[in-house]
Write a protein that binds this ligand. Structure first.
Ligand code: B12
Ligand code: SF4
Ligand code: SF4
Length: 315
């Protein structure tokens, strides 16, 4: 009689596959990924899971790109255990996931021009609650198997600050995702992944050794059509706060708009998340060519096709 392998055996056999499967299974089965008051609507589709080497020099660069207060994965793991970074031995890995918004959520936002669709707004609140539960689940799973693990966003040391450009934090989920090769930033600031820009991101740092995923992007904005020289202004046009221009995303204007619609809009009162003032917006992440796909792939296919057309017809 052959017994099914235990969780520990599966983890040791292939840590990367084990972690990915656990995250996918949790997203698929957790009741917290559903909205009981909207017919058990499933908020997040199957996630993308990738890994970064915690000692990738990119994380040191983030101290100048974002701020000196931005933590490296080793610092983030050490602080969670009240240790010094040099007292965390061996490799540190970052587990980064993308939770793609369900089609109904994206459609609900596509239809709007000033405030978010109801499903987008619910997903902003309850979907992020689920993301928090997922972060805790992944960290607890690894701790239960004898590893050090922590979700920086869930730690008491997680902070947001503000400078002349607007808010920033000491653990940017998008920058962790960029390091793990999930995709690139964009004109609207959003991270364009292989499943597009309408998603939320999460991460856990651990001393479990995981193979770093490949970063294929040629630059930090390479997946954005605007960066590729295409005159795509879709997110500029979609933004009701005039917060996106050819120069990029104005975080201060965006934040002010989010506050204004969260606190005061009459339109938000019927059926939105009323126990909080967090309504979200994300109009720039829907009804745009990067909404649910990496638009650069399509562009490359088109260029290849045009290349074929340019060959003179010999027949
Ligand atoms: C503070 C914050 C905000 C602020 C500022 C946003 C911002 N751009 O940083 C405000 C209130 C405006 C905001 C708004 C929204 N937010 Co918000 N927010 C955050 C939070 C808490 C921290 C972000 C942070 O630390 N940023 C750091 C700064 C420095 O990043 P940045 O300015 O974007 O970085 C630029 C530079 O680094 C630059 N860069 C320059 N040179 C180089 C070189 C290299 C090599 C690299 C890599 C980068 C780089 O690239 C970046 C883009 O221009 C994160 C959660 C988290 N902990 O990460 C969520 C988060 C960014 N928000 C999120 C979302 C979804 C939203 C909203 C859509 C609201 C909603 N839910 O409906 C809007 C969209 C805003 C937008 N267009 O990006 C998601 C984004 C997911 C995605 N699809 O990209 C996050 C990651 C939350 C999550 N857990 O998923 N948010
Ligand atoms: S809508 Fe166009 S310009 Fe804006 S982020 Fe997406 S691809 Fe880039
Ligand atoms: S989240 Fe809303 S206000 Fe902020 S940039 Fe996008 S569309 Fe504009």
């Amino acid at each position: 009689m052959s017994l099914a392998p235990t969780a520990a055996e599966r983890l040791h056999a292939d840590p990367a596959q084990y972690v990915e499967q656990e995250i996918k299974e949790f997203v698929r089965t957790s009741p917290e990924n559903r909205l009981p008051f909207v017919d058990d609507y499933v908020m997040w589709r199957e996630p993308l899971v990738k890994y970064a080497d915690g000692d990738d020099p990119l994380f040191d660069q983030y101290k100048s790109i974002i701020a000196p207060t931005h933590l490296t994965p080793r610092e983030a793991l050490a602080q969670a255990y009240d240790k010094k970074p040099e007292d965390v031995y061996g490799r540190v890995s970052v587990i980064s996931w993308i939770l793609p918004a369900a089609e109904g959520t994206r459609k609900s936002n596509r239809a709007e021009t000033e405030v978010p669709g109801r499903l987008w707004s619910h997903t902003r609140w309850y979907g992020e609650k689920f993301n928090e539960t997922l972060r805790n689940h992944v960290a607890e799973l690894l701790v239960g198997m004898g590893y050090m693990a922590a979700a920086p966003f869930m730690q008491s040391y997680f902070k947001t600050f503000a400078n002349e450009k607007g808010p920033y934090s000491n653990w940017s989920e998008r920058h962790a995702a960029y390091a793990a090769g999930h995709g690139t930033f964009s004109l609207s600031d959003g991270l364009i992944t292989e499943v597009g820009i309408a998603h939320r991101v999460g991460s856990v740092v651990t001393d479990l050794e995981l193979p770093a995923s490949t970063r294929t992007a040629t630059g930090p904005y390479a997946n954005c059509l605007f960066d590729a020289g295409v005159n795509c202004r879709a997110c500029i046009i979609r933004c009701p706060a005039d917060a996106i221009s050819e120069k990029g995303h104005d975080k201060i204007k965006c934040q002010q708009y989010l506050k204004d619609i969260g606190y005061s809009s009459e339109a938000l009162k019927d059926g939105y998340v009323n126990e909080t003032s967090v309504a979200g917006c994300g109009l720039c992440q829907t009804k745009v060519p990067c909404e649910f796909q990496n638009p650069i792939n399509k562009l490359k296919r088109k260029e290849r096709w045009q290349g074929v057309q340019m060959i003179p017809h010999m027949g």
